[in-house]
Ligand binder design. Structure first.
Ligand code: IMP
Ligand code: MG
Length: 174
């Protein structure tokens, strides 16, 4: 049995961090156009808050990906369930994730998107669990670095539950 057990980051702490990240992004892309790509479903809440704090010409698109089982196919391959609507050739693309764990999902996504020749491709994640990293990816904007705990809320689920929590909570085995 799993149970929600404690708050890791409050609504206020998340809000502060989102503004901090947005201002950094705004500074780095000053004078440029930016396509922000939210990875569904988890990053949708974070991304919606983030883009509203970025004072630039921002376009938004979505992708939904799922990792293949690691035993049947070569590791680090993603299946694209919903692809981008727009062509990213010569565009500044910022991928927005909720949480990076092994990094497999993002590393294969980056490979796939780089073949489309964007002008630039960077990664932003609200949460990072570097302890379990299995592929070396460079994440350009990181909100919180956390220990290896299972967290939920602010878009992130456990079995599709808890996405609507306004804070980030910890789920524990009881
Ligand atoms: P990875 O980096 O390829 O291992 O996968 C990252 C994905 O795993 C995230 O986008 C989440 O969907 C999921 N994930 C990893 N850690 C957690 C967690 O603590 N809570 C909920 N989902 C998680
Ligand atoms: Mg995800």
């Amino acid at each position: 049995m799993y149970k929600l057990n404690g708050v890791m980051y409050s609504k206020e702490q998340i809000r502060e961090k989102v503004i901090e990240l947005a201002k950094e992004i705004e500074k780095d892309y000053a004078g440029e156009e930016l396509l922000v790509v939210a990875i569904l479903k988890g990053a949708s809440v974070f991304c919606a808050d983030l883009i509203r704090e970025i004072n630039l010409d921002v376009n938004m698109d979505f992708m939904c990906v799922s990792s293949y089982g690691n035993s049947t196919t070569s590791s680090g391959t993603v299946k694209i369930i919903k692809d981008l609507d727009v062509d990213i050739k010569n565009k500044n693309v910022l991928i927005v994730e909720d949480i990076i764990d092994s990094g497999q999902t993002l590393s294969s996504l980056v490979k796939a998107l780089n073949t489309r020749k964007p002008k630039s491709l960077r990664l932003c994640t609200l949460l990072d669990k570097p302890q379990r990293r299995a592929s070396d990816i460079k994440v350009d904007y990181v909100g919180f670095v956390i220990e290896d705990k299972f967290i939920v809320g602010y878009g992130i689920d456990y079995a599709e539950k808890y996405r609507n929590l306004p804070y980030i909570g910890i789920v524990e085995d009881i």
